[in-house]
Write a protein that binds this ligand. Structure first.
Ligand code: PRP
Ligand code: URA
Length: 208
């Protein structure tokens, strides 16, 4: 049961701007992309490498290149979609799956309306992406869907998590490492993260 909080100064500085209610959608999207790339840098630290050689203009060099399982990114719609592009810039060969869920405003339970995952996802390392981990319902559901297709190496990347969500994911999926930029205080009565950043989907897409 592992939780990694990325407390790098660049991540924390950008997170401060993301949280600020005065930050508009354009900057919000750009900052989420940047933080996601920095988080991916850390979350992918354990990717396997193999040695090979390349010829530089000067001499032959021993080099290391990625090996082992290929990657899959799974975005939890809507908000998770914004985290895909930054990681694809780093690992353009990754395949991308989408799981659509929204939280029922009364019950706070996730309602699934879409799922399309790479067919070979069981042979890939999977990174499930969603800026917010609140009750954990959406993430638990998405990870279960990914596991149904046989995937076994899964990490969950969230920008901000609540302790309640972390506990829920750890209970349901103890094998999944959770990587976050911040672990916040608690959930409020509407199951929003405190202090959080508000509604991620609305702030990304300007829907409120
Ligand atoms: C938000 C967020 C997560 C979910 C987290 O999505 O992007 O998917 O809530 O909450 P949970 O941990 O309690 O499940 P939302 O339901 O607002 O849908 P949207 O991204 O389409 O706006
Ligand atoms: N979804 C969000 O977008 N924000 C929260 O704080 C909780 C769920």
């Amino acid at each position: 049961m592992s939780l990694t909080v990325i407390d790098h100064p660049l991540v924390q500085h950008k997170l401060a701007l993301i949280r600020d209610e005065r930050t508009g959608s354009k900057d919000f999207r750009e900052l989420i992309t940047e933080v996601t790339m920095l988080m991916a840098f850390e979350a992918m630290r354990d990717l396997e490498l193999e040695e090979t050689t390349v010829k530089t203009p000067v001499e032959t060099a021993r080099v290391k290149v990625l090996s082992g399982k290929k990657l899959a990114l799974v975005a939890i719609l809507r908000a998770g979609l914004i985290m895909v592009d930054g990681i694809l810039k780093l690992v353009p060969a990754a395949k991308v799956g989408h799981i659509g869920t929204y939280r029922n405003p009364e019950s706070k339970l996730p309602v699934r309306y879409y799922a399309k995952l790479p067919q070979d996802i069981k042979d890939r390392r999977v990174f499930v992406l969603d800026p917010m981990l609140a009750t954990g319902g959406s993430a638990v559901d998405a990870i279960a869907e990914v596991k149904k297709l046989g995937a076994s190496q899964i990490k969950l990347l969230n920008i901000i998590a609540a302790p309640e969500g972390v506990a829920r994911v750890q209970a349901a999926h103890p094998d999944v490492e959770i990587v976050v930029a911040a672990l916040d205080s608690h959930l409020n009565d509407h199951a929003y993260i405190v202090p959080g950043l508000g509604d991620a989907g609305d702030r990304i897409y300007g829907t409120k």
